[in-house]
Design a protein around this ligand. Sequence first.
Ligand code: A3P
Length: 277
Amino acid sequence: VKGNAGSLRKYQILRQQGLMPSKQLPTALIIGVKKGGTRALLEFLRLHPAIRAAGSEVHFFDHHYIKGFHWYRHRMPPTLSTQITMEKTPSYFVTSEVPRRVQRMNPAMKLILVVRDPVTRAISDYTQVKSKRTNMPKFEDLAFLNGSKIVDTTWVPLKIGVYARHLERWLQYFPLSQFLFVSGERLIVDPVAEITRVQDFLGLKRVICEKHFYFNATKGFPCLLKSEERPTPHCLGKNKGRSHPYIDPVAIQRLRDFYRPFNQRFYQLTGMDFGWS
Ligand code: A3P
């Protein structure tokens, strides 16, 4: 490219025609929810030749917004004009300034949200924190106020699970038609069904199918036969699909009762019943 004016011109033409890869801002985001299965979803989607995604969480709209769109674009992998640029940052869903910022950048943004039973999600979140900390209090002691039966709604792992509230905020900026809601539970038992919905939503050919997956009985999760990064069968990392600690069933029931009206509202807003009891 540096060589002479002729080759520079050729490069510019190829780029204009979309035949030379270049970095683009994302047109689709996986906005959450934390511990919903966001890594699995992204890794599965990366099997599609028309999808290019940033590997790690970019946190542009929450932590790095001040750095501007130029910084954001440079975090993205190069794409051809036929490819979609994506990224996933699960904290976007619950951060209040994010919907307005996303809308300002691209009002046509496609928004994908993977949700999971909020009680299991909270336990998964707790398990993650516990794995990095010594002397972590019991889940039951954090979820309820001073040993009472009152749910501590200010405890972040519980706050995140009030999906209806967060979604209502997003719906002030984007129509429902720009969202796709993925069931985290179905992503485990029938990954192809959920990935097919995502491919359709993104307007892509159904390329990702049964032949890409196998069920790893030891891990208890669907894993990939091969991917862009690895040509051999592999599962997600050790920190995905961890076993959870024992939680008092009475505490679980109380949390189910707490979430029930919010879940119902979420089903109403999305027009989907996720089957969390
Ligand atoms: P657990 O580790 O609690 O089981 P995220 O990537 O958003 O942090 O979500 C992590 C969760 O993804 C895991 O939570 C796990 O249940 C879920 N998951 C979905 N499909 C998976 C898969 N194929 N392999 C591993 N974990 C998967």
